[in-house]
Design a protein around this ligand. Structure first.
Ligand code: BG6
Length: 485
């Protein structure tokens, strides 16, 4: 199957940091379909050879294991081409059209890896240039809008040019192998399904913790914040996969219909419940990995006195028969104690303990990163004492070890799926809009707080697990975050 893949934003960060290295991995592992061409477009004037040389240079910043050697790069570079296109100039799109028309590829994928404000323009111009035929697809990176209205506006523009099945919205968390494994765990095994409900599960915690700060992206981040950057998309997508009903098939719409139902069942926030159930924080100076790091407000390009949140913790519920009354806690932040992302399913304790000592409830930990795996925490007899003393033990499954040679990274997987037209791991417009609908009352409450000169986010020391209020939020229900258990 021949394909042409066009990157708008061909010299941008996303292209060289993530997309080109991911394509190269696919190429190196023989997973990229033969007969492919890759076109990078950007504003600079340069030849194919100059772009290839630039790309080669950029690859030196990629982690060693993923860096091509000279011979590999030379073979990969044969697939890569460059065109100067100013996205605001409608006539420039004919350069892309002519390149695509040089041959009759089976699939043409346009990946819009530009600043978000250009998405609409690029899609409309692709339509105007006739580049939206049945063999074309467009891939859009987040952030898609900054609230419901702007997301709807983008979706309207995209859908005036491309059908829903041609428009692929990326949430790279869906491409992570661990997230695929969540589907496999739930729907490829019969073991957990009978337990996957309110009668057996006490609460569910989703933590997406980063040790890094905002780096050089201070200006972008300050207009985004953790709620838009991580909760509206990554955290909610994980929540839907945990809470969804079994889909009738592995078909993209069957899955996305079920995810949408979960989003629609989330308890809506009101100004009062935002105050009660949502904690926002902003990092102060501190230590991460033994190194002193500055406060958010002292990072480059962050405006003085910013109220932007770098941490969010919240409590919600999925209001349906399966989950009624089960708290779902979501938490994400920058400059936390560690890069540690996981989903913890806390089961209910035994109803009638008969063994002496602590009786810990079972828990299932789905580890997303840094390693990806599963831990099932059980109680077992230690066999060391005179009486039957129980102690917690865990069954550990390390997917990295189990399937080492076949691991495919998130962007690699999503790019291969985009080329093949597999839509399961892309977000449909109604899911994305529903997620905005749900977070919007939180955004509104915070905006109102700012207008009333409220205090803004709570401070937390870089290298900690966030503001104390996040622990208080969960302690109110008699629970604790997993690192405090
Ligand atoms: C991106 C956010 O979507 O996800 C970043 O914009 C964040 O702020 C990143 O750092 C985290 O992704 P990962 O795969 O490193 O967990």
């Amino acid at each position: 199957m021949s394909f042409d893949l066009v990157f708008f934003g061909g010299t941008g960060d996303l292209t060289w940091r993530k997309l080109m290295p991911a394509l190269f991995q696919a190429f190196r592992h023989g997973k990229l379909p033969p007969g492919g061409r890759i076109l990078a477009v950007a504003r600079d004037e340069q030849t194919d050879e100059q772009y290839r040389a630039w790309l080669h240079e950029r690859f030196q910043d990629v982690e060693i294991a993923k860096r091509p050697n000279a011979a590999e790069f030379a073979r990969f570079a044969e697939l890569v081409f460059y065109k100067k296109v100013d996205l605001s100039q409608p006539e420039h799109y004919s350069r892309v059209r002519d390149w695509v028309a040089e041959r009759d590829a089976d699939t043409v994928v346009f990946f819009v890896a530009t600043a978000p404000h250009l998405f609409t323009q690029v899609c409309l111009q692709l339509g105007a240039a006739g580049l939206n035929g049945p063999r074309t697809r467009v891939v859009l990176e987040k952030p898609l809008g900054h609230d419901l209205a702007s997301a709807q506006e983008i979706n309207r523009a995209v859908s005036s040019v491309f059908s829903e099945s041609q428009a692929l919205r990326i949430d790279h968390y869906l491409g992570k192998p661990s997230v695929q494994n969540l589907m496999a765990l739930r729907f490829g095994n019969a073991l957990f399904e009978p337990l996957w409900r309110r009668e057996c599960i006490a609460n569910i915690q989703i933590t997406l913790a980063e040790g890094l700060g905002v780096g050089t992206r201070g200006d972008f981040y300050d207009s985004t914040g953790a709620l838009r950057d991580m909760v509206q998309n990554h955290a909610l997508q994980l929540l839907t996969m945990i809470a969804m009903e079994p889909p009738s098939s592995n078909n993209a719409d069957a899955i996305r219909d079920e995810k949408l139902k979960v989003l629609r069942s989330l308890r809506p926030f009101t100004p009062e419940t935002v105050i009660r159930d949502v904690v926002r924080g902003q990092y102060r100076a501190g230590n991460v990995d033994g190194k002193k790091v500055p406060a958010y407000l002292d990072e480059a390009k962050v405006p003085a006195g910013s109220h932007c949140e770098t941490f969010v913790a919240l409590r919600t519920e999925v209001q349906n028969w399966r989950w009624a009354g089960v708290p779902f806690y979501l938490r994400t932040g920058k400059r936390l104690a560690a890069r540690d992302s996981q989903i913890v399913v806390n089961f209910r304790p035994v109803p009638h303990p008969i063994f002496p000592g602590a009786n810990r409830a079972n828990k299932l930990v789905i580890k997303l990163q840094p390693e990806d795996g599963l831990e099932l925490h059980l109680m077992a007899a230690t066999g060391t004492g005179v009486s039957e003393q129980l102690a917690p033990v865990s069954l550990d499954l390390d997917f990295g070890k189990a399937f080492a040679s076949e691991r495919v990274g998130a962007y690699e997987r999503l790019l291969l799926d985009a080329i093949a037209g597999r839509l399961n791991l892309f977000v449909r417009s109604d899911e994305q809009e529903q997620a905005w609908r749900w977070v919007e009352p939180i955004l509104n409450a915070w905006a109102a707080d700012k207008e009333n000169s409220g205090e803004g986010p709570r401070g937390y020391a870089a290298g900690s697990w966030g503001p104390a209020a996040a622990s208080a939020l969960i302690a109110r229900d008699g629970c604790a975050w997993s690192e405090e258990q």
